[in-house]
Design a protein around this ligand. Structure first.
Ligand code: SAM
Length: 407
């Protein structure tokens, strides 16, 4: 990779030209014609940068044309809205002049937000090519990126907090159908491993980004916040020293507003009402459903299922007006005991623009069920939602319509 060429005025110009073409098949001959003096290898590199920049812009909705990117780097990068929240948390806990060590900076998206929040940042990255790209991406903040192995690095004594976002995909390992490196679920196989992170926490305060599905018992007495944005559960943000506090943090993708809800609460159950309320996955993961249930005068559909129900329409509509919104709300139109046959009978005359199947507490072939229900879709009608869950008396199906704060 010729980073010096990619960041030269010519390299930047070719990347910007490549961004004009959506079709790589058209771009290559067009760029070769426009820049006959430039080696085809360099044209390919510019094309690949342009493609990655456009992909990230589409995903995040922010300009990315000043960054150098890699496929693995963008699949592991922290969304800016989340990185900004994390930086603010560090400022709150350690002060705005704190010195943060980003042990695994990747392309530098967390470090960037640390610097934008005014924090002093030192960054490490083990992969030489990624470290070089990070150095470019972070140059405007004067951050020096060292290419080093976090597990062997002597942490300077003036570091106030160590941030670690371990690699949870192996770029050398097998790939998914979309060409992404597969996720690693065992924390001891992350890089650095969970044991190495615990070791650092015996000497320095540590904040870490870990998989949202990480076993709660493994997190132990670290404080843990499950973070979501736009209804996507993105990560578990843990810190040590801690006292085992658990919470959910929902961050609005549009405004950046966030709410933190205390977790590990016991939520009451309630008989099925007119509304089914599907909480944000961070609330579910943190067992933080009680304040939401209270705000809609509702309760769990049963003690094993993290869906809420209520009859309080005003409460539901008020909840939907909040930013960030904490749940999806559905109007229940009919209820029956679930079986494939009964579902077909119950849905056969319902006009719909499409069908969404939601399940909880049951292993079902959702695609097969969807195909059995969708015979003819009629645009202009409302989407039909089929919610299926395991109830004490057996599998229960609810036919529902989505409601928003507007309808
Ligand atoms: C999940 S990515 C970090 C992404 C970054 N937080 C961001 O938002 O851009 C993890 C990075 O850690 C690097 N890494 C893995 N093991 C490392 C080690 N032992 N020392 C330093 N870096 C390491 C990987 O090469 C990868 O780039």
């Amino acid at each position: 990779m010729s980073i010096s060429w990619l960041i030269s005025p010519t390299g930047r110009e070719v990347i910007n030209s490549a961004r004009e073409y959506l079709e790589p098949l058209r771009a290559v001959p067009a760029l070769r014609k426009k820049y006959p003096e430039i080696a085809s290898e360099l044209i390919s590199q510019a094309m690949s940068q342009a493609g990655l920049q456009l992909r990230l812009e589409e995903r995040w909705g922010v300009p990315t044309n000043q960054f150098l990117l890699t496929q693995d780097g963008i699949s592991q990068a922290t969304r800016p809205v989340i990185a900004k929240y994390r930086a603010q948390e560090i400022v709150k806990q350690f002060g705005k002049d704190a010195h943060v060590l980003d042990l695994t900076c990747g392309l530098g998206f967390d470090s960037r937000e640390f610097a934008l929040a005014g924090l002093k940042v030192t960054a490490l990255e083990i992969d030489p090519a990624v470290a070089e790209y990070a150095q470019h991406n972070l140059a405007e903040f004067g951050i020096v990126v060292s290419c080093a192995d976090a597990t062997k690095f002597q942490i300077p004594a003036d570091i106030d907090v160590v941030f670690v976002d371990p690699a949870r995909r192996d770029p050398q390992g097998s790939k998914t159908a979309l060409g992404q490196a597969k996720r690693i679920f065992n924390p001891q196989l992350w890089s650095p491993s969970w044991d190495s992170i615990i070791d650092i926490s015996s000497r320095f305060p540590v904040m870490a980004k870990v998989a949202p599905g990480m076993d709660k018992s493994e997190i132990g007495n670290w404080d843990a916040k499950w973070l979501s944005s736009a209804g996507d559960l993105l990560e578990c943000f843990i810190s040590f020293p801690g006292t085992g506090v658990r919470s959910a943090v929902l961050i609005s993708a549009e405004s950046g507003n966030c709410i933190e809800v205390p977790g590990e609460s016991q939520t009451r159950t309630q008989n099925l009402g007119r509304f089914l309320v599907i909480p944000d996955p961070a609330l579910i993961r943190a067992s933080a459903l009680t304040p939401l249930a209270d705000s809609i005068n509702g309760g769990l559909v049963n003690e094993h299922i993290a869906w809420l129900t209520t009859d309080d329409e005003t409460g539901v509509r008020n909840m939907l007006k909040q930013d960030p919104v904490q749940a999806n709300a559905l109007l229940i139109e009919s209820v029956f005991k679930f079986s494939d046959k009964e579902l077909i009978t119950q849905t056969k005359n319902i006009p719909t623009a499409g069908v969404t199947i939601m399940t909880r507490g049951m292993q079902l072939d959702v695609e097969a069920i969807r195909k059995s229900v969708v015979k003819v879709t009629a645009p202009g009608n409302q989407e039909l939602i089929v919610a299926i869950y395991r109830d004490d008396a057996g599998p229960q199906a609810l036919l529902c319509r989505r409601i928003s704060s507007l309808n």
